[in-house]
Design a protein around this ligand. Structure first.
Ligand code: ZN
Length: 336
């Protein structure tokens, strides 16, 4: 089922692109399918197969270059996670069967490598954007990351992919200000915890509230020097495109423009879609398109277009494939 024939970014063709027509990077790897969560778990390998099938069948494929997902070096994990957490995940990795780090978060024999690859692929995407090989990138990775806190795995997440990427952008590439926009329907408690007292990373989340994991009230705004650099936009169940548009126009857009990020990471969950079984929001594919276009405008204004988007949730396979399809088309500057 894994599509063949994607252009590799290392191929000589990669050097033909002028900046005006830079492709969009796509991180994929069969290793992500080896994270086996069990037959009834919503965070399934079939999610990535549905996404890949959709992209492969579309003309957007011609605007994508595939990026590899190597295992991340432990040093980078420890820019966000405690050594104790990394040790615990490493030691929990089973030789057969499944172990559970929390009631929702299983590990199979392939999970540990997949988790290291999810972070590693995200960092490769950052490098590709920083080096001008791609205009931006989407990382079709799993396990997801935004619930993973510095010292614990949680909610399907082992390591926090976007949080490590934010530190990597700062420490490896020397940029000062990073925006993490999290539109997964669940609050990204792990990402919030990683940067709660840090004014160099603006964390913005739109999410259903009250809902899992219980955090994300509007008055959670950061602490100490980080006060004002966490922006939570909780939404009651049943909200949809109109309310998200209002939040972007009235709250999020002005905050992002004032912050002037030099790099934008998206925690791209698609479980606020109206068909998703794990939440009760009413977003359509059109809103994912519009949100992506808004992010591109912000990135053009202060970040020379630099965006890396990482898959988080999204559990209805058709809605997930449709939403990722329109998101990636927007990244690749193709009409929907
Ligand atoms: Zn979610």
């Amino acid at each position: 089922m894994w599509p063949q024939g994607w252009r590799s970014v290392e191929s000589p063709a990669g050097s033909r692109y002028s900046s005006a027509v830079l492709p969009t990077g796509l991180v994929t790897d069969p290793g992500f399918l080896a994270h086996d969560t069990g037959p009834s778990h919503p965070e399934s390998p079939q999610r990535l197969e549905a996404i890949t099938r959709r992209l492969d069948a579309s003309d957007v494929r011609d605007r994508l270059v595939r990026l590899p997902a190597p295992l991340v070096d432990r040093t980078w994990l420890e820019t966000v996670h405690t050594a104790r957490h990394v040790d615990r995940v490493t030691e929990a990795s089973p030789e057969h069967g499944r172990v559970y780090l929390d009631p929702d978060t299983p590990m199979s024999p392939g999970s540990y490598r997949a988790a290291l690859q999810a972070v590693g692929g995200t960092l490769v995407a950052v490098d590709a954007v920083m080096e001008g090989r791609v205009a931006n990138a989407f990382c079709a990775i799993r396990p997801p990351g935004h619930h993973a806190e510095p010292d614990r795995a949680m909610g399907f997440c082992l390591f926090n992919n976007v949080a490590v990427a934010a530190r990597y952008i700062q420490q490896r590439h020397g940029l000062a200000r990073v925006l993490i926009l999290d539109w997964d329907v669940h609050h990204g408690n792990g990402t919030q915890a990683a940067f709660y007292n840090d004014p160099t990373v603006l964390y913005v989340s739109l999410h259903q509230y009250p809902w899992y994991p219980g955090t994300g009230r509007a008055d959670e705004r950061g602490t100490g020097p980080g006060e004002g650099y966490t922006l939570n936009v909780p939404m009651a169940a049943g909200r949809g495109d109109e309310e998200y548009l209002k939040a972007f126009d009235a709250q999020i857009g002005p905050a992002v423009r004032a912050f002037a990020p030099e790099f934008i990471l998206i925690s791209a969950g698609f479980d606020a879609h109206r068909d998703d079984p794990l939440a009760m929001m009413e977003l359509t594919e059109a809103r994912y398109r519009a949100m992506t276009d808004a992010v591109k405008d912000w990135a053009a204004a202060s970040a020379t277009g630099r965006i890396v988007s990482c898959l988080e949730g999204g559990y209805k396979l058709t809605a997930l494939a449709d939403s990722v399809g329109t998101h990636v088309r927007a990244l690749a500057t193709l009409p929907t």
